[in-house]
Design a protein around this ligand. Sequence first.
Ligand code: CUA
Length: 365
Amino acid sequence: MRHVRTSWRPWLSRGLTFAALAIFLAACSGENYPQSTLHPKGDFAEKVDALFQTTMFWATIIFVLVEGALLWAIFKFRGHPDDPEPKQVHGNTLIEIIWTAIPAMVLAFVAVPTVRTIFETAEIPETTAETGEPIKVEVIGHQWWWEFRYPDLGITTANELHVPIGRTIDLRMKTVDVLHSFWIPQFAGKRDVFPNRETRIWFTARETGAYPGACAEFCGLQHGKMLFYVMVAEQAEFDSWVALRQADTAAAAIRPPAPATDSLAPAAASEDPMVAQGRQLFMTKACVGCHSLGSAGAPTASIGPNLGGIATRRMIAAGWLENTDENLAHWIQNPEQFKEGTLMKVGPINDAEAQALVAFLRTRQ
Ligand code: CUA
């Protein structure tokens, strides 16, 4: 009886361990971790993924063959305590040639698709009727946020890269401070971003949605909070976003509440007093010194993130905080509490003032 109990127990515990591991690994599905290269949503990432899958397929076969041969040899030639000492040898030229030649052949075999993928992804694809002219976007890395400029559309935004589905996006990147690395796992590989040299990457999105991106090069204390989103929309939706941004560019200048006769400005009489107070605070609390409210962008890189359309953004603080009134108020009052070392320095702002600023920023649709 005792013998039976000791034989099944280890198997039960092993079985339970494997079951627990399987459940644990199930948590690693694409939905829980969208920031994964294993779920490509664009042509560039699909090419890289195809290379990974090909390499992985052959590597698995080689692994099984090599480990199988190893296990076979271990069991077949295992020693016993009273075995005589085995025959001593000093090298075997034939075997050494074989175990040098086979890995060399494997490497050559893997090099072909690798080099082909490098060439295929190095150059922006030819313009076709389907993809149209590529949309140029200038990416500027800052400690610790991302600026996106669309030179042909005359708009600038921050931490949210809006693109239409099916169009090639041509990204030209640089930084105003230290090295960063631009990475949208589901669309393209990582690419380093330098202060004195432009690097480029491109992608064509195949599915609409919001996709996370990140900085992938250590760039200081808040490197881990240098995030952004790629918002992929149908062409018509993208066009209306562009129209909205171009319109707020035109209306960007902060005007004092104008007389009601000025049809371009909000009517002074009907403006929410809290919004008016927020507008006033925006100018007097130094916010305006770093943040532009329109989407035009200055000729040079911005100091702080552009706030054109801030009310409609998904996140604030470079992809770190959900864009809720509460988070925005806390961020305005004490950004240091969320991002130690941030360049955003604010004087004392009380709760009522923070709420007024939030009310004003919520008008920037
Ligand atoms: Cu920018 Cu890490």
